[in-house]
Design a protein around this ligand. Sequence first.
Ligand code: DLL
Length: 433
Amino acid sequence: MIHDIEYETMPREALEAIQLRRLQATLQRVYATVPFYRKRFDEAGFKPADMKSLDDLRRVPFTTKQDLRDNYPFGLFAVPIDNVVRIHASSGTTGKPTVVGYTARDVNTWAELMARSLAAAGATRGDIIHNAYGYGLFTGGLGVHYGAERLGASVIPISGGNTKRQIMIMKDFGATILTCTPSYALHLAEVAQEMGVDFRDLKFKAGIFGAEPWSEKMRREIEKKLNLDAVDIYGLSEVIGPGVAVECLEAKAGLHIFEDHFIPEIIDPETGEVLPYGETGELVFTSITKEAFPVIRYRTRDITSLNPEPCICGRTHVRMNRVSGRTDDMLIIRGVNVFPSQIESVLMEIDGVEPHYQLVVDREGTLDMLTVLVEVGEKAFTDEIKGLQSLEKLIAKNIKEYLGVSAKVKLVEPKSIARSEGKAVRVIDNRKL
Ligand code: DLL
């Protein structure tokens, strides 16, 4: 279902005309109201009036996470605090969180975009949405919540945690749409099984999963275990929260970016040069409708590519491919670049291995050591030691073959890797300690 037929299927030319107008207005506004942007633009010799066509965007300086930190907490707000009605923050792994604000109109925009996102996954007024994204400073819970209400669906604000109770409630209330991180979805499947609850007896038709990277293989695993269609949703607090891009149920092949609100670019993370459609690099966003916290060429650190091909669903908005990792998630192990998602793909090719894993990096003397902890299924685990050893060897061999890095593989007992209610912790890097 397309929630906003006019905007989501707008012909390219009309869409670009709107983008340019909104972009010009945004640049004028941040230049006038945010000293940080005024200074940045001045230093680069750029004036908002120079923005004559969308191509001129590449002349505008980037904004980074560090810039947000330097202006902590409210330094990049473009409206007085009187006009801010909501504040969220993303925790981040180190230091201070990144703080973002919304005016009433921004909250309204966000609700619309989330209504679009839920509708893209097939949700309608008649659905019951079991929302297990965390409520709080994290944008997942409230983002889905407002979108569900805007759509007219019934939302269950269960948030994360207390997994057994969640299973009981989803069963008793007959929820039809599940929203949570993909790793928590798998955990729900596991706990349901322990409780003797079969997802085939539940009423779910679709799940809208995001907030962390996941693979195509993991999608298949989730679809099988939870007996639903699994759709990918992407977003980040700095840009608005969830609802920046979403897959459509029809194609499930890349996420439509809501281009009437956000302009995406892909850049070479080393040189900052803009790359053409199809090439892989760092995703950069400029918001063109937000009031309280506009972002200009914000470097997400997420790695993906853009696909402008028309989609069978009728939406004209460009699609981003699955995020394959983050520039700052990249581990450099003895000089070799390794992304957790690459290890995940290797693991998911192998029978008997569960989609629960963790990468541990240590430094022994001057050498980096990568240990991959992998859970095996109950069946494999009760096999003879010999079988387990050969499985470890096979995984290590495949990692070496595909990624060119030697890793120590350690099979661990089923359910021994900590489950997360939100984003899974895939990497433990002891080198920083
Ligand atoms: O994770 C917003 C969100 C909530 C998205 C619920 C989807 C669903 P942050 O906590 O600010 O916001 O984290 C943003 O999470 O830059 C990506 O690295 C990662 N991420 C989000 N969605 C996806 C996805 C929310 N579908 C950061 N695939 C982003 C891969 C994702 N990574």
